[in-house]
Design a protein around this ligand. Structure first.
Ligand code: NAD
Ligand code: UD1
Length: 339
């Protein structure tokens, strides 16, 4: 019996594949490589020394997914596949709704045909919107003040999966709300590869340290936070990956829908992260303060109690680990591009 990972050539999926294989699980990977390279799949094999089937397939293609379920003995699915760039989703909303909702619906249909009844979904803290007090708890109301189509797709998919589980007493749905995943596997072989100029903070920091970007602009230093810069719940991607292992085990034992925040429960400011990166790696990151970025919240972080109590999972790695591992990955990418 295997776990199907959609989108596992990508950042979070590839790290989860490694943790599942290391824990002795069998996996099957499906990805259309729209935002990833096949080398990530090879590197998962290299890190773990284990093999698994890889399907280069579009999850929206129901026939292709039926073939995966026909050929493999799939007991549960972790659904990572989707588009994730907030700015792009504002420019191309239809593309985002089609891909993110379309992959989920085609998966649910194939799962039903083949009697697979467990699904774990990559949701985001963005569903908490802009009105909830911090830290965010799973029982807070979602969907108020979501500012972009990407965020709405996460909200809508949570709804679709919850409704599907309400209608089918056999279905197990686990919604994982990620906070800000950064870092990379300590081997330096897998990590996050942004397309073009990075929008997210950590890739911008590593590319600035590598000299690809001239300097980092910190968006706003007049927020009502301790040092005036925004605060986020940065979580090491390997810790996040381990949360999926715990979620799979939970889905094996429980029916219905359950929601878990995957965060550290501790806010760290943008400036603190930049300084931690400089300290941890002994490299310079030139930065300047600029105006606030539209749509940014001053501060948010997880209440991580539920995942600890129910799943027995909590984040273990430090900000220094996240900075060191992100930099090792950047250096690996640079060495490949210089070859
Ligand atoms: P990623 O882009 O690195 O990985 C997504 C993978 O899905 C890519 O490999 C891409 O090729 C694949 N994919 C996209 N559409 C597909 C399709 N139709 N068929 C097959 N494969 C397809 O992103 P990530 O950072 O690893 O994120 C994984 C999931 O977690 C996404 O759903 C994302 O929205 C969600 N998430 C990410 C973050 C984050 O900060 N990275 C935060 C919250 C939620
Ligand atoms: C963003 C998305 C969120 C998504 C997440 C994926 C928004 C509003 N939110 O979160 O939905 O799930 O990415 O990781 O887009 N920063 C700088 N300079 C930079 C880049 C970022 O100062 O060059 C700051 C931002 O202002 C923010 C913090 O760093 O305060 C983190 O930014 P980012 O990495 O983009 O993540 P979020 O905006 O928190």
């Amino acid at each position: 019996m295997a776990i199907l990972l959609t989108g596992a050539a990508g950042f979070i999926g590839s790290h989860t594949a490694v943790e599942l294989l290391n824990a002795g699980k069998e996996i099957v990977v499906a990805d259309n490589l729209s935002n990833a390279e096949e080398t990530a799949v090879e590197n998962i094999r290299k890190i773990t020394g284990k093999d698994f089937p890889f399907y280069k397939a579009d999850i929206m293609d129901e026939n292709a997914m039926d073939r995966v379920f026909e050929e493999q003995d799939i007991q549960s699915v972790i659904h990572f596949a989707g588009y994730k760039a907030v700015g792009e989703s504002v420019e191309k909303p239809i593309m985002y709704y089609e891909n993110n909702l379309g992959t989920t619906i085609s998966l649910l249909k194939s799962m039903r045909k083949f009697g697979c009844s467990r699904i774990i979904f990559s949701s985001s803290a963005t569903v908490y919107g802009d009105r909830n007090p911090i830290p965010y708890r799973e029982d807070m109301q979602t969907g108020i003040g979501i500012t972009n189509p990407y965020g709405w797709t996460k909200y809508m998919i949570e709804r679709i999966l919850t409704d599907a589980a309400a209608a089918d007493p056999d279905l197990s749905v686990v919604l994982l709300r990620y906070f800000n995943p950064i870092g990379a596997h300590e081997s330096g072989l897998i990590g996050e590869k942004p397309n073009g100029i990075p929008n997210n903070l950590m890739p911008y920091i590593t590319q600035t340290a590598a000299g690809i970007r001239e300097k980092l602009t910190i968006f706003g230093n007049d927020y009502p936070t301790e040092d005036g810069t925004c605060e986020r719940d940065f979580i090491h991607v390997v810790d996040l990956a381990k949360g999926h292992l715990a979620a799979c085990e939970y889905a094996d034992e429980h029916k219905g829908t359950e929601i878990f925040n995957l965060g550290t429960g501790h806010p760290v400011s943008v400036l603190e992260l930049v300084n931690a990166f400089i300290r941890a790696n002994g490299v310079d990151v030139p930065y300047t303060f600029g105006p606030r970025r539209e749509g940014d919240l001053p501060a948010y972080y997880a209440d991580a109690t539920k995942a600890k109590e129910v799943l027995g999972w909590e984040a273990e790695k430090t900000i220094e680990d996240m900075c060191r591992d992100s930099w090792r990955w950047e250096c690996h990418c640079r060495s490949l591009s210089e070859e």
